[in-house]
Each structure stands twice: as C-alpha cells, then as structure tokens.
Ligand binder design. Structure first.
Ligand SMILES: NC(=O)c1ccc[n+]([C@@H]2O[C@H](COP(=O)([O-])OP(=O)(O)OC[C@H]3O[C@@H](n4cnc5c(N)ncnc54)[C@H](OP(=O)(O)O)[C@@H]3O)[C@@H](O)[C@H]2O)c1
Length: 361
C-alpha cells in the first residue's frame, strides 16, 4: 500500500471534526488522528461540551502508542475546564510527536498546551493545514479575536434576487434539497436570528429538525416592540428563544410550553434594536456562529452596519419580477465604488437550485 502523506492524516482529523451533528457549542470543533508505524490506530472528535475532547477520545484506544504521532486540528488544552487537560493525557500516552494545525485563540489556553508538550520533550509542530482547520471554527476564532460571533446570512432568492412576492409570500422559493441544506446550517449554528417581519409573515419554527442533533440553536427574534404573537409556532417547539427589543417593553409573560423565552433590551437612537449591542451580548453568551434568516429589512440593516461575514444564497431557477421583495434593503448606494463586494468561496448545485457561498470579511 502506498505511504500516506502527513497532510492526509490532518485532513482525516479535519473531516472528523466537520461532522455537522457534532457542533460542540460553545467549544470548537476538533478532530484527532493517531498514527503508529504508518497506520491510523485511533480517531477522536469532540462531540459536545463537557464530553471528551478529541485527543482524549482518540487516546482511549487500547493499544501501545509508543513512538506514535498525534495529529490534532487545534492546540490541546492545558488547563482544567469541564474536563481534565488534554496535554497531561498526551504526556502519559507514549506518543512522541504531536502535529497541531492551529494554535488555540483562547488567551487562557493559547500557547500553553504547545509549551507543556515541548517542555516535556514531545516533538511538537504547529501550522499544518492551519487555514483549513481555522475554517472549521470561524465563529470560535471570531469570538476571541474580534469579540463578536461569525455572522452568516442565509437567503433563498429567485434568479432576479427576489425573496418574496409583493404580498410577502416566500414559502417556498427554494427546493427541498436546498431546504435540507439549511437544516445543516442550523445544526452548525450556535444561534439562528430573524426579524419580527419574518415571524409575522412566515410563522417559522427556526429549529433544526435533523435526527440525532445534540442541541438546538438559540433562536433570536429581533422585535423592538414585542409584536410577536403569543400564538406563534416558535413557542410550540423545544429550544430557547431570546427576544431582542429596542427598549423596555411592557409585556405579559411569554408562552413557555415547549420553549424558554427571555427578553433583553438593546436600545438604539431610533428605538429599534441595536444589532451591534445584540451581537456583543451573544458573544458574552459564548455564541460562536449566528445564522441570520431574516427578511430584507434586517439583512440590509446588518449589512449596512458591516456585521455580515458570509452569505449563503440559494438561487432558484425562477423570476418574480420587480414588484416582488428585493433580497436586501440597504442605504442608498450612489457610487459603484461603495457597493458591497465579496468573494465567491463555493458555488454548486443543490437539487434544482444553485448554492452560492459568498465571503464578505
Ligand atoms: N426568501 C428568504 O430567504 C426569506 C427569509 C426571511 C424572510 N423572507 C420574507 O421577507 C419578508 C419579511 O421581510 P421584513 O424585512 O419585513 O422582515 P425582517 O427583516 O425579518 O424583520 C424586519 C423587522 O425587524 C425589526 N427590527 C428591529 N430592529 C431592527 C433593526 N435594527 N433593523 C431592522 N429591523 C429591525 C423591525 O420591526 P420592529 O421595528 O417592529 O422591531 C423590522 O420591521 C416576508 O415576506 C418573508 O417571507 C424571505
């Protein structure tokens, strides 16, 4: 059998961590592979916060690991969190070499794991496929490096960029396969955010309906004056809901049958929700990734505020014409140089629709 490249072991670790059902919020996605004498003898991934980290999961293999190499997508932790430090577990395992894709951006741990391993005489290399490993955890890195979550806007639009008919009908613009793909996006998001305009028009559930999901994303409703009806379908499915209001709102208690709701005010000069303050707050809640599934008003507002990092647009082979609702309502752009311009990261068919991933930051 042909010898495998070092990169291929790290790719294997990255692929493990990519599995959508295991998004261990607020922790990062991490995968690990152990190789002894050119053979992969163990794999591990971090499935949920409070459970084994990827390295510990892999090290549970019952065999001699003497002289082995451990490939891991993120620097092993060196501090006691909800679980004991991975670095000490590696030190007692017989592993002689550790290859790390990316250092940990968390200042409490960053650099410490690498230092401990090196001081103990373990050959430790850092940086293999670092960009690809970082891409697994854009939200986690964003929270530590920028103090706010990674914001992805998802839109289903017609070929002429329309998201609903003039009277607000939008279900469904995209096909079944695209909608299944959105469930994957929700599975990976720490929070799903929408505006009250969408709640009133579509009455969505905004939960993730994939079998085997470890946790539901927090649902965030941007609703300045708490116009969400108490009969909204949102309340009938399990999972927490945060109502972001634009000031103190007089309200009777919200329904709590299946969901737990709370109301937090993020006041702005115009009485609507200050989205920047809201994102800061979500960061404090350790929300790494926010998936925005809102209408053109809120999407335009956060785009104008420079808060959008990425867009995932499902383009349907359909036309609705100029009476239909546009994808975003932005401030007036008079000069072409002021346009929003991103970079296509991925373009592919999903069923009959085209899925476009656009990076803006
Ligand atoms: N095709 C798609 O992908 C898609 C996705 C979602 C929705 N839609 C369609 O979009 C339409 C609804 O669009 P929409 O624009 O009315 O809904 P929206 O953007 O989801 O919600 C807008 C509302 O959010 C509230 N809001 C609070 N603070 C805000 C702020 N800082 N900036 C902006 N808005 C703020 C405002 O109401 P208050 O002032 O009362 O708070 C505002 O009217 C529906 O027809 C729906 O079907 C389509």
């Amino acid at each position: 059998m042909a010898e495998r490249s070092e990169d291929s072991y790290m790719w294997q670790a990255i692929d493990l961590a990519r599995q959508p059902l295991f998004a261990p919020h607020p922790n990062p996605r991490v995968g690990c592979v152990i190789v002894v004498d050119g053979q992969v003898v163990a794999e591990g991934l971090h499935r949920a916060a409070g459970t084994d980290h990827a390295e510990v999961a892999a090290l549970k293999v019952e065999r001699d690991l003497k002289g082995g190499t451990l490939y891991v997508t993120l620097e092993p932790c060196a501090t006691h969190g909800r679980t004991p430090p991975c670095s000490t577990r590696i030190l007692s395992s017989g592993i002689s070499r550790v290859v790390i894709a990316s250092p940990d951006p968390n200042p409490v741990n960053g650099g410490l794991g690498i230092k401990q391993l090196r001081e103990a005489g373990i050959q430790t290399e850092v940086g293999m496929l670092a960009d690809d490993a970082r891409a697994l955890n854009r939200g986690f890195f964003s929270r530590y490096e920028r103090g706010r979550p990674w914001v992805t806007v998802k839109i289903a639009a017609t070929l002429d960029g329309r998201v609903a008919t003039a009277n607000g009908e939008s279900q469904w613009i995209s096909g079944e396969a695209a909608r299944a793909d959105v469930q994957l996006l929700r599975a990976q998001a720490s929070a799903v955010l929408t505006g009250v305009g969408t709640v009133l028009a579509d009455d969505p559930r905004l939960n993730c309906r994939m079998d085997g999901l470890q946790r539901q994303p927090l649902r965030v409703i941007v609703d300045s004056h708490l116009r969400t009806p108490k009969t909204a379908t949102l309340f009938t499915v399990e999972g927490d809901i945060l109502f972001a209001t634009g000031g103190k709102v007089e309200s009777e208690s919200l329904p709590t049958s299946e969901s737990q709701s709370r109301i937090v005010s993020f006041e702005s000069a115009d009485g609507r929700v200050d989205c920047r303050k809201l994102l800061d707050y979500l960061s404090e809640l350790e929300v790494n990734d926010v998936l925005v599934e809102a209408g053109p008003t809120l999407v335009g507002e956060i785009l104008d505020a420079g808060l959008v990092d990425e867009m995932v647009i499902y383009l349907a082979p359909a036309i609705l014409g100029d009476s239909a609702k546009a994808m975003v309502i932005t401030s007036v752009i008079n000069r072409l140089t002021d346009r929003y311009r991103g970079k296509f990261e991925d373009v592919r068919f999903v069923g009959d629709d085209i899925r476009i991933q656009l990076l803006l930051s």
